[in-house]
Design a protein around this ligand. Structure first.
Ligand code: HEC
Length: 129
């Protein structure tokens, strides 16, 4: 019983410890995010994701009409409820004639980071049309 108490205390202490972070940590994490979002903007404006030279920015300047805050939602093109990254892939496949990316591909993370950066502050409205 005493051993169990010790183990539990260690677990609680460990969990509390894991939550600690410094201002420097927060600054570093923010900088990491900004770097990834900048990478996303580069992809957004370059046409690098496709094969026909078309860039996302041609139809969605500054991520216009991406409506990130409405996801997940029913999307006609998918025929079901889908997430933002699936519409990123829909546009890579169709207007850009490119190869779709895995959800956790660093390029997909960058694109999604950029879209959310442009839509920052817009209230979440999942499912909205
Ligand atoms: C030739 C124009 C064109 C290009 C280029 C294009 N898109 Fe789209 N995009 C569309 C159209 C049309 C839709 C469908 C509109 C709808 O039904 O909401 C769409 C929808 C989207 C949506 C969902 C919008 C919503 O309202 O829910 C996202 C996200 C998106 N595009 C991202 C991208 C990304 C990322 C790229 C570049 C890889 C890209 N698009 C390139 C035309 C384009």
């Amino acid at each position: 019983m005493r051993n169990l108490t010790v183990v539990l205390l260690m677990l609680i202490a460990g969990a509390a410890h894991a939550d600690e972070f410094t201002k420097e940590d927060v600054a570093r994490w923010q900088a990491e995010y900004e770097m990834v979002a900048r990478e996303g903007r580069k992809l957004w404006t370059s046409g690098e994701l496709g094969t026909n030279g078309v860039a996302c920015a041609q139809c969605h300047p500054n991520a216009a009409n991406t409506h990130a805050e409405t996801y997940p939602k029913f999307q006609k093109q998918l025929g079901r409820v889908g997430d933002l990254w699936e519409m990123v892939n829909w546009c890579i496949r169709n207007p850009l004639q490119g190869k779709e990316l895995a959800a956790d591909d660093p390029k997909m993370i960058a694109i999604v980071s950029y879209i959310h950066k442009e839509r920052k502050g817009v209230p979440l409205a999942p499912g909205k049309h």
